[in-house]
Design a protein around this ligand. Structure first.
Ligand code: FES
Ligand SMILES: [Fe+2]
Length: 455
């Protein structure tokens, strides 16, 4: 399908803050996303702590390609497609583990942990020794690289180096986990499918408008952690009285922009990366303790601006770093289905009880048993379902909160908008999505996804 750039511009309007519902349901657009976003972008594969020893592997996903990320004998990491070079069967069914080789269960071709084809049953008898084994190894992912232990891959050999792709915004996102200590992934990745388009699950991570309504049932029983309202406070909650302006900034002018008093900050980065949510000083009442940001170590690691940015980073397209010290992937399966993965991080040096407590809290919030994600998933599924009707589809999604009033401040290598709750993070994501969908070269793509003066 050739979708003209003018048609793509009509799907997302940064000027009007409108998104065409077709982008959530059209299979041709989904296919184009696979080609122009997921076959080009750097994508998170796993954390190095998951594969410490030679032969350790983790099976990850790039677009719809399953890839095996494998620690090599020399300590390096390779990623290769999990599909046999003979006739396509998967060569590994396990989600993770340690392997001496990968044996295809169809006809028995076997590969080394570096993907080289070693064994072919009947090589002499059936093939007359005529098969050039050096040409039929597992296909290697074009580029693999790590930033502070976070391993990414891209199918595009011409993609810029990982650190350049991440830029200051993407790196700050990963630093928000790395700066907390000697971080390791807790064994066991939570995986489940929500009946929603992947972009609805992504744009929600910047949405600080919904929690008071969507998650009222999660906050009221007090299961969210020590800062959730106590019983006496809960009795006072009346949803009709919920003030949707956020936190301490209720007396701010309605313009939402203030150089001195604000409680939300949205960082906009090249290629579509963004971070959106509360400032560190205003998030004291949040469920997860942000006091670690007051240390000199955090300030040094995150920088004077970054240390104040306590919202949710998304590394475009689908890597979300949550305040619960977790990393989530929103993996598109088809236009109406998204597989969610949750990686939970802890400092390896913490006492066992503290680590267990953090894992318990993390599992209670997100993931299939998490009170928040169950609430969210219902909304995302319904929002996706209502993109399918002919009449419903004529209505555009509205992302107009704060539109045109987001003055972009450039400081410390970051571009940010300060104010009250707004939809600048979502707008930036959709604007960038549209640029990726045009199939631009890397230089041009970077240029048109570099923040200007206003959003
Ligand atoms: S498909 Fe793998 S050996 Fe034939
Ligand atoms: Fe939510």
């Amino acid at each position: 399908m050739a979708l003209a750039n003018t048609e793509i511009d009509e799907l997302v309007s940064l000027e009007r803050g409108e998104v065409d519902r077709r982008i959530y349901t059209d299979p041709e657009i989904f296919e184009l996303e696979m080609q122009r976003i997921f076959a080009r972008s750097w994508l998170f594969l796993c954390h190095e702590s998951q594969i410490p020893e030679p032969g350790d592997f983790f099976q990850s996903v790039m677009g719809r390609d399953n890839v095996l990320v494998v620690r090599q004998r020399d300590g390096s990491i390779k990623a290769m497609l999990n599909t046999c070079a003979h006739r396509g069967n998967a060569v590994c069914r396990a989600e993770e583990g340690n392997a001496k080789n990968f044996l295809c269960t169809y006809h028995g071709w076997s590969y080394g942990i570096d993907g080289r084809l070693n064994g072919v049953p009947g090589f002499k008898t059936f093939y007359d020794g005529q098969l050039d084994k050096s040409r039929h190894g597992l296909a290697q992912v074009a580029q693999v690289a790590s930033y502070k232990g976070f391993t990414f891959g891209t199918h595009d050999a011409s993609a810029p180096p990982l650190e350049e792709f991440l830029g200051a915004t993407g790196r700050l996102g990963l630093d928000q986990i790395a700066a907390r200590g000697d971080m390791v992934v807790v064994p066991g990745i939570q995986k489940f499918i929500i009946d929603c388009n992947w972009k609805i699950a992504v744009d929600n991570l910047f949405d600080w408008y919904h929690p008071q309504v969507t998650h009222a049932s999660a906050f009221q029983p007090g299961v969210m952690g020590t800062d959730a309202p106590n019983a006496a406070e809960r009795e006072k909650i009346d949803l009709s009285e919920v003030n949707m302006d956020s936190g301490a900034a209720l007396d701010l002018p309605a313009t939402g922009i203030s150089g001195t008093k604000f409680d939300q900050v949205v960082v906009l980065g090249e290629y579509g990366h963004a971070i959106g949510g509360p400032t560190a000083s205003s998030s004291g009442s949040a469920v997860f303790d942000q006091t670690w940001r007051t240390t000199a170590q955090a300030r040094a690691a995150l920088g004077p601006v970054g240390v104040e940015v306590a919202g949710h980073p998304n590394i475009f397209p689908t890597t979300w770093i949550a305040v619960s010290v977790q990393l989530s992937l929103r993996i598109p399966r088809d236009p109406g289905h998204t597989e969610i993965w949750w990686f939970t991080f802890v400092d390896r040096n913490l006492p066992r009880e503290t680590r267990d407590f953090m894992v318990t809290i993390a599992s209670r919030i997100f993931g299939p048993g998490g009170v928040l994600e169950q609430d969210d998933g219902e909304n995302w599924a319904q929002a996706t379902a209502q993109t399918r009707g002919i009449a419903s589809r004529r209505m555009k999604h509205q992302l107009t909160m704060g539109l045109g009033r987001g003055k972009i401040i450039k400081e410390g290598g970051l571009s940010r908008v300060e104010g009250l709750t707004g939809e600048h993070g979502q707008l930036w994501t959709y604007h960038s999505w549209a640029q990726w969908m045009k199939g631009l070269g890397w230089d041009e793509l970077k240029k048109v996804t570099t923040p200007g003066d206003f959003i």
